[in-house]
Design a binder for this molecule. Sequence first.
Ligand code: MN
Ligand code: MN
Length: 258
Amino acid sequence: MQRIAIQGIQFDEKSSYQQGPKLAPPLIREALHSGSLNLFAENGISIEQDTVEDKGDFEITNYFDIEKITKKHLDSGHKVFTLGGDHSVTFPIIKAHHQKYPKLDILHIDAHADLYDNYEGDPYSHACPFARIMENGFAVKLVQVGIRTLNTHQAAQAEKYQVEVHQMKDYDLNNIPTFKNPLYISLDMDGFDPAFAPGVSHHEPGGLSSRQVLDLLQSIDTEVVGADIVEYNPNRDFQNMTAFLAAKMMKEILVKMM
Ligand code: MN
Ligand code: MN
C-alpha cells in the first residue's frame, strides 16, 4: 500500500471575512477518533493502516513555509493529505506537488471558484489559489464542482485558464469527466450546502449534499495522489456536525489515495 502522510496546516491569515479555519485540524481528528464512528470508509477499507502516518499539526507563521512542510513529506516518499486551514493553503501545497507530479489534474469542490487575480490587494488570498495554480501551469486540468457564486471577473478568469466549471445550478454527476493524470482533490467545506456544513465562514445556500459529494468521490477511478479538506470554521459550527462531515470525507478520500 502507498504510504500517506497526514499534515494539519493551522493557518487562516488569508481569510477575507472571518477567521477560524486555523482551529480545524485537531477538531476534525477529534471527531474522527471520538468513538462515534468507526474508521472504515464505505468501500469496506479501514484508514487505520501502518502505511498511514499522522505527522500532526503545523502552526504556520510564514505562508511560504507550507510549501516546505509539504515538500518534506513528499520527499520522504509519502502522498500528502492535508487538513486546513483556509483555502490559501492549497497553492503552496500544489506548488510542492508540481515537482513530483509535473502533470497533475485537480478536482476542486467549492461554492466559490477562488480564481480572483487578487483579492483586496492580496494575490495569495483564500479567494485566489486557483488563479495562482493555473498561471504557473501547475495543473493540466482543473475541474470545479459546486460553484454557485461566479461573477464577471471569475468567469473571465475561468475562460482565460480553461477551467472546467460545473456550476451547481447545472450539476449532474454524469457530466463530471474522467481524469487521465494523477489527481489531486481539494475539498472546500463550503461546497456543501450550509444545511449540511454550517461550520464555514461563507454560508452559500443551494449547495451539494453529503451524499452527492460521497457519490462524486466514490466515482473517481484514477489514482489520487494528494488531497486537502479546507475552510472548516469551528467558530460557526453547530453540534460539531461539520467536523463529523469533514471526518467522514477524510476517510473516503484517504481510501482513494491508498
Ligand atoms: Mn475555496
Ligand atoms: Mn468556498
